[in-house]
Design a protein around this ligand. Structure first.
Ligand SMILES: [Zn+2]
Ligand SMILES: [Zn+2]
Length: 311
């Protein structure tokens, strides 16, 4: 083995794309909250975006005090050997009381926050009662959301974003504490840490991420590099096209694939440095409508917006 002189190591580092981008714990949810608030200023969904901003702020506070459970070392080893995401909901430890505790905390925060519409506060209070009186029902919602692949679900769509928010805090905390050397490359199209399909992708700016595209996990908040002009659903590289709303932001496009006829949104930080995948995806529903009219199917949903099955 030859020991590389320092300059050579640095140039190697520069040419190797960082495969994973772990969330900045200090701002993962509060950045989303700020972005939701600023997008609300010019959105027909303003009230909903503001409510989700209150929720995201509550998530940030909950995350700060949350101690994630340690994953099972043997399970982690086995996942690595089999190239499977180690924190998949099906196999990772889910401490049910911890998730319920997070949900109760988030709801208490939202209920007493300023500017929450009365109807939303009442719905939160009703859900909060269920956390104490019928925790099994909440567990069932959590199971359904984690199994849904972020599509439509057979649960109350008004409760879903709040239960999901608790799961996001839980999984983001676990992912952040996870040994980065134990993350396998994983199967194509899902987060290599938790196995969830991405909500959208972002072409990042700055430092070692500059100009590279990352798929963003809506559950554990880890981002994974994917070469640009590649379908994030089926990995095809031919027949990829980009669409955006005429006169709308250049930072938001839909990447479509002729092979599987699906699309996912892609955001460009060099056009708008504050893009945030979950917030910007939620606030650009007009692009979803357009893509639906063009005959493309959305690859996976948004963690803050759920449709009841059959809608
Ligand atoms: Zn993930
Ligand atoms: Zn495709």
């Amino acid at each position: 083995m030859r020991i590389l002189p320092r300059g050579e190591i640095e140039s190697l580092e520069r040419t190797r794309v960082a495969r994973l981008r772990f969330p900045e714990l200090a701002g993962v949810f509060s950045d989303r909250a700020s972005r939701l608030r600023s997008l609300a200023e010019s959105s027909p969904l303003a009230d909903y975006l503001k409510l989700m901003a209150v929720l995201a702020d509550a998530q940030q506070r909950a995350l700060r005090e949350f101690t994630p459970p340690a994953p099972d070392a043997k399970q982690v080893e086995q996942s690595f050997e089999h190239n499977m995401p180690p924190l998949q909901p099906a196999t990772a430890p889910r401490d049910a009381p911890a998730v319920l505790g997070l949900l109760a905390r988030l709801l208490d925060d939202v209920i007493k926050a300023d500017g929450v519409p009365a109807a939303a506060a009442e719905a939160c209070a009703a859900l909060r009662k269920r956390v104490d009186s019928a925790p099994e029902g909440i567990e069932e919602i959590a199971d359904a959301l984690l199994a849904a692949g972020y599509d439509s679900v057979d649960v109350d769509p008004a409760a879903a974003p709040f239960v999901m928010a608790a799961l996001q805090v839980y999984w983001t905390g676990m992912a952040a504490a996870f040994d980065k050397d134990k993350v396998p490359s994983g199967p194509f199209g899902v987060c290599p840490v938790c196995g969830t399909p991405p909500v959208a992708s972002v072409v990042r700016i700055g430092g070692k991420y500059d100009g590279y595209r990352y798929l963003c996990c809506p559950l554990c908040s880890v981002e994974t590099h994917l070469v640009r002009v590649t379908c994030s659903h089926c990995s095809e590289t031919k027949g990829i096209a980009y669409h955006h709303i005429e006169g709308g932001s250049e930072a938001i496009k839909a990447e479509t694939c002729e092979s599987c006829k699906s699309y996912r949104k892609i955001f460009y930080q060099n056009k708008d440095q504050f893009v945030e995948p979950v917030a910007d995806d939620l606030a650009s529903l007009a692009l979803d409508v357009l893509m639906g009219e063009e005959g493309y199917t959305r690859s996976s949903g948004n963690p803050l917006l759920w449709q009841a099955r059959g809608d």
